[in-house]
Design a protein around this ligand. Structure first.
Ligand code: AMP
Length: 215
């Protein structure tokens, strides 16, 4: 199954992608995660991308398209994938269409997760990640912020630079101006499902699964 998870930063794409990946047995491909790994490992890509990612701007199309091209042509995605955070511009969507044609991929689901801007800002400012196991957590739901509730690592929880309040608003603006028009591009090209992301994680997931596998 081929899935594009679409929606503004903080809407829960990463969380849903992880659950769907387990349930459907297909890999979760997040361009944000790939870039953060490269930054952590100080690769050429990471050094180039660090400033852009930390400031919440978009990495140039040719770089992210290059990353996705390499991943989609690899063994790991030959039976399906869940794209999270890509495409984010109409140009990326166009390049992805070419790639789908090249790879003979025809049935792609676009899942658009929606939520109110105020809720998104609230979630992003409370979001913490674990350096050890990469879990995505909500500060309000963590008993002791010094211990990761998932893997038990000590002092491993951190706030992404781009989740700091000063950057969040820029990211949402970029989403509204540059990324949202991608939906229009797909309207007549893909099966598009819209899901209200303002519900508990399990409810969002159940609805997505129902839409993907109606019986
Ligand atoms: P995310 O984890 O999806 O919120 O992505 C984190 C950051 O990585 C974004 O704010 C961008 O700086 C960069 N990034 C991720 N995906 C893309 C993309 N498709 N196009 C451009 N930049 C991206």
């Amino acid at each position: 199954m081929y899935i594009i998870l679409f929606g503004s930063p903080g809407v829960g794409k990463g969380t849903q992608a992880k659950i769907l990946s387990e349930k459907l047995g297909i890999p979760h491909i997040s361009t944000g995660d790939i870039l953060r790994d490269a930054i952590r490992n100080k690769t050429t890509l990471g050094l180039e991308a660090k400033k852009i990612v930390d400031s919440g701007q978009l990495v140039p199309d040719e770089i992210v398209v290059g990353i996705i091209r390499e991943v989609l042509k690899s063994e790991q995605t030959k039976n399906g994938f869940i794209l999270d955070g890509f495409p984010r511009t109409v140009q990326q969507a166009e390049s992805l269409e070419h790639l789908f044609n090249e790879l003979n991929i025809s049935e792609v689901f676009l899942i658009h997760i929606t939520a109110h801007t105020e809720e998104v800002i609230r979630r992003l400012s409370l979001r913490r990640s674990c350096k050890q196991c990469q879990a995505i957590l909500n500060l309000n739901e963590i008993e002791n912020p010094e211990v990761c509730p998932i893997c038990g690592a000590i002092n491993s929880l951190y706030q992404r630079h781009d989740d700091e309040e000063s950057v969040i608003k820029d990211r949402i603006n970029i989403y509204n101006i540059t990324t949202f028009p991608v939906l229009d591009f797909y309207k007549d090209r893909k099966k598009c499902l819209t899901i209200d992301g303002f519900q508990p994680i399990e409810a969002v997931n159940a609805q997505i699964m129902k839409e993907l596998k109606p019986d």
